[in-house]
Design a protein around this ligand. Sequence first.
Ligand code: SAM
Length: 331
Amino acid sequence: MQYFSLLDSYNRKIHSLRLSVTDRCNLRCKYCFTEEPVFMPEDTLLSYNELLTLLHICSELSIHKVRITGGEPFVRHGLLSFLRTIKEELPHIDLRITTNGILLERHLQELYDIGIRHLNISLDSFNPTTFKQITKRDLFSTVYRAICKSIEYGFIVKINVVAMKGVNDSELDDFIDFAKVNPVCIRFIEYMPIGFTTALDASILWSTDDILSEIQKRVTLEPQISTNDSGPARVYTIQGGKGSIGVISPLSNHFCDTCDRLRITADGTVKTCLYSTEDISLRDALHSSQPKEHIQHILRNAIATKPRGIELFEQRNGNVLAGRTMNAIGG
Ligand code: SAM
């Protein structure tokens, strides 16, 4: 399929969308949630019909890679039929899901039948006690089982690990061992100061350069050529292993120049950058069934004003609050 490209003011082509279907979640990860989360009122969420309308419009604007996220997408009722409808009505869209894996196992067959092939599953620790400390829920084995089953089914699995010094840095060997024997990409994401604090907690920050040099003491890594599949990650195959290692460095080695994405929150707000406090609302336009040209116009304007996040980060000396916690943005 041939796409025309939508360019922002930095000449970046915008092709991908993170679409959040809910801000609710069945975990309470400490880097994602505040202590006492306040959720969006139900009536402010976009309906599945509105989300579908939005996807049709985005598709016409050359956005052809869509990741469904949240909160936790599987806690919203009706998700599977929504995914099925997307695949039926917009079969050219490369549709992927980011999940914490808690409710995943029971849906694997249906997801496979619908035609979903890519799953990003978050798992910050292979240690049940640490998992519970991070997520405030005692559900490590549920996620671990879902990951193993997803691999068995033949999904292309990426495991997202928020890398935190003093929290999961002692587990590098476990992560490497898992990626050696399983065809998965384990991606270490630098912890971003969005969520429970606006200030950068330097004691937690574990830079991807440090992570890579630690890993290279243990195994030989070979850089992979960046593809449409890599997203913001730099990916390395493990010599003699089945899987790969990725690093995502929003802080230490930003990827603003190649950023091709928009986020839309569950209540219909466009976020053009994780580091931006600007909210551009589509909700009223969608709720009042405005013509699609009007919604396209809002999206085009949003894309035109997409910033380079690193500049915002530097202007605020590392005080980065995107105006919302991560569960309410859609990671
Ligand atoms: N519930 C789903 C999940 O757990 O994957 C989707 C939403 S979650 C917000 C998406 C991703 O954002 C997860 O991989 C999570 O680890 C990451 N994330 C959330 N807050 C973060 C932060 N402060 N720094 C880095 N990554 C973060």
